[in-house]
Design a protein around this ligand. Structure first.
Ligand code: DPX
Ligand code: MG
Length: 564
């Protein structure tokens, strides 16, 4: 039987299709053109151009959020080194993004001559070396016969680890023959816990909780990547206690659920939540990520003595560690033996107090942040995904109430301003039936604005709320200076620039509540492209949470150097 029926490019295309990709994101360059031709031959995947490689990697990152995995294809060095920023973001955010880079002709590897798009030295291996630091597997194909093995090795690692992987394909090998791909099962495997360790961890956790009176559950950002969302809910319902979420886990536990007590971020928590979590005598954190931001400058890290930390592949109970225990299995095992702990819910209702309805601003009063958020809240339905950019948009978004089914995307570990424009583009392609809403500040938008033209090109009805407060307000709250001013743009006008003669994007500028309401109405009625609504607000009109959190982060940044 002739098994040499594939080319390296078509092998890769089949694998990407098999892992559920219907799109891959690209920027062409002479080192990857033959590869792009090969990928185009696969009719089940659409090739999607991006404006630059940074955006290309963030588009893939956003697609992976919607779809579980993603791929992007760039050219050597000039392309890949830009894409590495978004790839590192995918590493930080636990998203399996496969970056494929074209690379020099194999005959050039040992030849004593220089190549374009490189450092101008004879070293052509540095790109793979850099990639090793920001991926869980970085492979470089140098012989066609190794290609299937190396491609599978990289993809398998990415799906298992929920981290990005890197595949380098020389420009003269993309069309070379190789073995055809086998079944998908060789790529996907569900890791199984060590049975004894799993039982011991669940027993230790149940015993730890039994000593507590007021335990709470805390959902963390790694819950989704490691398939723990429904097991977490089952455990919560078995325990009957209050359930808080970390900011990056918003929407991983239903906000309409009777046990939901809000977002935990220390003194910047939602109403009533901080008090309950801080005074809890046990905190079970599932898939958490504690860093200086998520602990509000180290002020909101649960003490080790009252913490059960459930990591993707280990559990720590009050300082004791149980290895080779996988998150979803552990949560399932604990749900079988956990007792009921209703105390924190009673406490939460008391601590939260009455929830008022936000007041409606006079229609022609200058637009405020509160009025903007009130109106955005009204369009969030169960089918909405709201993406929030680094800046006060984080806190505006965290304050939104999500009906069951609504989703929330935030990039709080990597925190790259500008992430959200391409990520929203990618997300919209990965979730074509959802209403996609983006909240982004003026400073962030200026990094990656051009990707709006791709939303126009592909007629994606994304709604972008561009919060124009004329500066880097989050930085103003952390540490102000003249560098925090941002050159103003005609943000609504830029949509027309991107439209050129054939686009159907819409741009609006809202300076009061009435203009915003009209713009939102138009946006909801417009399905042939994106709508950008510039919301002009005052430079100092920011959330209470940002001020609280900013002060804590500033204090952490300003700690003096320690003496030895
Ligand atoms: C910076 C941040 O206008 O939002 O609401 O006004 O803060 P707000 P903007 O988008 O400004 C964002 C700005 C400059 N962070 O306040 S959060 C530092 C930074 C970063 N990422 C990159 N460069 C700088 N987070 C790539
Ligand atoms: Mg701003």
């Amino acid at each position: 039987m002739n098994t040499m029926t594939a080319t390296i490019g078509s092998y890769l295309a089949t694998r990407l299709e098999q892992i559920g990709l219907r799109h891959h994101f690209v920027v062409p360059g002479d080192y990857n053109l033959v590869l792009l031709d090969q990928l185009l031959l696969n009719r089940n995947m659409q090739q999607v151009n991006c404006c630059n490689e940074l955006n290309c990697s963030f588009a893939a990152e956003g697609y992976a959020r919607a779809n579980g995995a993603a791929a992007c294809v760039v050219t050597y060095s000039v392309g890949a080194l830009s894409a590495f920023d978004g790839l590192a973001g995918a590493f930080a955010e636990n998203l399996p993004v496969i970056l494929i880079s074209g690379s020099p002709n194999t005959n050039d590897l040992g030849a004593n001559h220089l190549l374009h798009h490189t450092l101008g030295t004879l070293n052509f291996r540095y790109q793979q070396e850099i990639a090793r630091h920001i991926t869980c597997e970085a492979v470089a194909i140098t012989h066609p016969e190794d290609a299937p093995y190396l491609i599978d090795k990289a993809i398998r690692a990415a799906l298992r680890e929920k981290k990005p992987a890197y595949i380098e394909i020389p420009c003269n090998l993309a069309g070379a023959a190789c073995a055809k791909p086998g079944p998908l099962t060789s790529l996907t495997e569900t890791p199984k816990s060590d049975p004894a360790s799993l039982t011991a961890a669940a027993d230790a956790a149940a015993g730890f909780l039994e000593k507590a009176v007021r335990p709470v559950l805390l959902a963390g950002p790694k819950l989704r990547a490691h398939g723990g969302i429904s097991a977490f809910r089952n455990l919560a319902e078995a325990a009957g206690c209050g359930v808080a979420v970390m900011p990056s886990a918003k929407s991983f536990f239903p906000e309409e659920h009777a046990q939901f007590i809000g977002i935990y971020l220390g003194s910047a928590s939602s109403a009533g939540c901080g008090e309950v979590v801080d005074s809890a005598d046990a905190v079970l954190a599932a898939g958490p990520l504690f860093n200086d931001y998520t602990t509000a400058g180290w002020t909101a890290q649960p003490a080790e003595g009252k913490l059960i930390e459930v990591d993707p592949d280990r559990v720590r109970v009050g300082g004791a560690t149980f290895d080779h225990v996988f998150l979803a299995e552990f949560l399932g095992a604990l749900a079988k033996s956990v007792k009921r702990y209703p105390a924190t819910l009673v406490e939460f209702r008391r601590a939260r107090g009455e929830i008022g309805t936000p007041s409606v601003a006079a229609p022609d009063a200058p637009l405020s942040r509160a009025e903007m958020c009130r109106q955005i809240q009204e369009i969030i339905d169960p089918n909405t995904t709201i993406l929030v950019e680094t800046g006060d948009s984080w806190f505006n978004g965290l304050n939104m109430r999500l009906p069951d089914g609504a989703r929330f995307e935030i990039e709080m570990q990597w925190g790259h301003i500008g992430w959200s424009v391409p990520a929203t583009f990618g997300y919209a392609l990965g979730a074509p039936d959802r209403r996609i809403v983006l909240m982004i500040g003026d400073g962030s938008f200026q990094l990656t604005a051009q990707e709006v033209c791709q939303m126009i090109r592909l007629k994606l009805p994304v709604i972008i709320f561009l919060v124009n407060n004329r500066g880097y307000t989050i930085e103003v709250e952390i540490h102000d200076g003249p560098y925090n001013n941002v050159k103003n743009w005609d943000y609504a006008g830029i949509v027309n620039v991107f439209n050129a003669t054939d686009g159907e994007g819409r741009g609006f500028r809202a300076t009061n509540g009435k203009e915003l309401a009209v713009a939102i109405e138009q946006a909801l009625a417009h399905s042939a492209g994106p709508t950008l609504i510039e919301c002009a607000i005052d430079r100092d009109d920011c959330t209470r949470e940002l001020m609280e959190w900013g002060a804590k982060v500033a204090a952490a940044n300003a700690r003096p150097p320690q003496r030895a």
